[in-house]
Design a protein around this ligand. Structure first.
Ligand SMILES: NC(=O)c1ccc[n+]([C@@H]2O[C@H](COP(=O)([O-])OP(=O)(O)OC[C@H]3O[C@@H](n4cnc5c(N)ncnc54)[C@H](OP(=O)(O)O)[C@@H]3O)[C@@H](O)[C@H]2O)c1
Length: 204
């Protein structure tokens, strides 16, 4: 799959690392243009290239990995989403939502990307953890996912499973999103493993 990433810092490159390891084509972008990303993509292998924000945003699946107070700028003026999937990895420490009271940060992202099917993920683990191989002898690393479109979540959780993660669907962006929202939710840094059936057997 061709996957675009908006943001090429700690989380953007961690996600790119896992996607490239899974054989996907990744277009990484930042606010300053592809020329500034030569050394970053050089370290990530042949599956990862640098592109403009527009090029990254045209991919079949796009990951948003910019600072929480930069999501408005990062999503402004992009080509139409037409139902493509936008994975929101951001955490809004600055509380920059200007929407209705109680809106979760990923609902705010969805409001800023009309037509995108937004899935919240990749936001509760630290970048170094996320970049590492999620397959362990006893089981696979858990990633929490929420979103309002079941087909988008199905497609995305299928991708995560193929990469070796163990996705857990927490529900919609309002209810589930609040559970893994950072700050506020209880899940920041919880590095959990879903035990393999064999491992469960041995522990019973
Ligand atoms: N670091 C973690 O462990 C961690 C864990 C979970 C979630 N998160 C969340 O993930 C997001 C990214 O965090 P990070 O640590 O990766 O940040 P970071 O290392 O500071 O990188 C931010 C990236 O976003 C880019 N960017 C900023 N404004 C942009 C725009 N308007 N358009 C396109 N790209 C833009 C920056 O590009 P320029 O350099 O060109 O400005 C940079 O490549 C944040 O919301 C953070 O809360 C981080």
């Amino acid at each position: 799959m061709k996957i675009g990433i908006l943001g090429a810092g700690a989380i953007g490159t961690a996600v790119a690392t896992r996607l490239a390891a899974g054989g996907h084509q990744v277009v990484l972008s930042n606010s300053r243009g592809p020329d500034t990303l030569a050394s970053v993509v050089g370290k990530l292998g042949s599956g990862v290239s640098a592109g403009t924000r527009d090029e990254a945003a045209q991919a079949e699946l796009v990951v948003l990995a910019v600072p929480g107070d930069r999501t408005t700028e990062a999503l402004a003026g992009l080509p139409g989403w037409d139902g493509r999937v936008l994975v929101d990895a951001t955490n809004d420490y600055a509380g920059s939502s200007s929407g209705p009271e109680g809106e979760t940060s990923s609902e705010a992202v969805a409001r800023r990307a009309p037509g995108a099917r937004v899935v919240k993920a990749f936001n509760h683990l630290f970048a170094a953890t996320l970049a590492a191989d999620p397959r362990r002898p006893e089981g696979n690393r858990v990633l929490f996912v929420s979103g309002d479109d079941d087909d988008a979540k199905k497609m995305f959780t299928g991708l995560l499973t193929e990469l070796g993660f163990a996705p857990i669907d927490l529900g919609g962006l309002a209810d589930g999103g609040r559970l893994h929202q950072v700050p506020g939710g209880p899940l920041l840094g919880q590095d959990l493993v879903r035990l393999t059936p064999a491992e469960q057997q041995t522990r019973q």
